[in-house]
Design a protein around this ligand. Structure first.
Ligand code: RAM
Length: 352
């Protein structure tokens, strides 16, 4: 167990630190991505074959979420490199219905490309297809759509099985061998990414009979709602020993709530969080470890993929970004790299 965690850490730490240092141009070292420094010459469109002056919209699940701002920093770096005009647009609530209005704006304002993290795997697909039919290149990043014909390519942070397994290992280690009841505090019930990870967590929990998953609740990537859900979990499950929150908004809200409560040190919190938002809770002992990837890479590769499509290329069969080539799987998915675990020992080393 410990060795798996260390392996992930070793694989990711150099790439993540260097990415944070250079602002988003490194390959995260993932299984499906070609390692830094290598290339498939001629297999994809590099910045050289991307048309300058493209108008690209980046549409997160919701705005005002630091995770998506970090992803957009990577997107802007890519836009500078390819001389595109980029804009982050989006709703304040992470719902598919709210995103559809922005997709319609992208169509009306004749953007060349759209990079979207789908808050709802199903309800945004018709609007995305409409966008494609009017000539908008559509790429998903972070969270995919169920009907993959509604986008050309998807930039995923890590394979979902790795994300699921890592979080189960983190909570198992934090709670210790005595185990106990755990709960999941997720984002929206409609999100493809969290639902995929939760599916793998449930599989991985089968090899941890000491842990019993008693509840899964949804804070909708809203800090106040996530804190309320964390509080309600503790009320309805008085024996709860741990919360896994696979959302940056949820894990920060749960950690903040527990840090100021009688449950601090008694109920463990882990999940997917930004070092910048979580370091206080690691340092005060509320959280032993948590993880993520560099969000900047998602925006960076998302823009390159969308611009490649908008320039007549196909990012699903050949994507080059920042001089490196990336390989997509048969569904057009490019994987950035393994998750990075953060503890008190390394949480200060990351810029996002
Ligand atoms: C939140 C969002 C996002 C997810 C991260 C881990 O910021 O739900 O989609 O990837 O958490």
């Amino acid at each position: 167990m410990r060795s798996n965690r260390l392996q992930l850490l070793t694989l990711a730490v150099v790439a993540a630190v260097s990415l944070a240092a250079c602002g988003g141009s490194s390959n995260g070292g993932g299984s499906a991505a070609v390692p830094p420094g290598s290339s498939n010459a001629g297999s994809g469109s590099g910045a050289g074959s991307i048309k300058p002056g493209l108008k690209i919209a980046v549409l997160p699940k919701a705005v005002n979420i630091p995770y998506f701002d970090a992803a957009y920093a990577g997107a802007k770096k890519a836009c500078d490199e390819i001389k595109a005009a980029c804009e982050q647009i989006g709703p304040t609530q992470a719902t598919g219905a709210a995103q559809v209005q922005f997709i319609n704006t992208v169509i009306q304002k004749r953007y060349d490309a759209l990079v979207i993290s789908a808050a709802d795997a199903n309800s945004v697909a018709p609007a995305l297809k409409k966008a494609q039919s009017t000539g908008v290149a559509v790429v998903t990043y972070d969270a995919d759509v169920a009907d993959t014909s509604a986008r050309t390519a998807m930039v995923k942070p890590t394979t979902p099985d790795q994300i699921g397994k890592a979080q189960v290992e983190w909570i198992a280690t934090a709670i210790g061998s005595q185990g106990g009841e755990i709960a999941i505090l997720s984002a929206a019930a409609t999100a493809e990414n969290q639902n995929a990870w939760i599916g793998f967590m449930k599989e991985d929990l089968k090899s941890h009979p000491e842990l019993k998953l008693v509840d899964t609740v949804y804070g909708d990537d809203d800090a106040a709602k996530s804190a309320e859900k964390a509080s309600a979990l503790l009320q309805s499950h008085p024996s709860l020993k741990g919360i896994i929150s696979p959302t940056t908004v949820g894990v920060a809200a749960a950690a903040k709530y527990i840090s100021g409560s009688q449950y601090k040190g008694k109920v463990q919190v882990t999940g997917l969080g930004l070092p910048s938002e979580m370091k206080a809770y690691v340092k005060d002992g509320t959280v032993k470890s948590f993880g993520l990837w560099d969000p900047g890479m998602l925006g960076y590769l998302g823009v390159y993929a969308a611009a490649t499509k908008a320039s007549g290329g196909n990012p699903a069969t050949g994507l080059t970004a920042g001089g490196k080539s990336y390989t997509a799987d048969k569904d057009g998915t490019v994987v950035v790299g393994p998750p990075q675990e953060f503890t008190a020992d390394n949480v200060d080393q990351f810029a996002f």
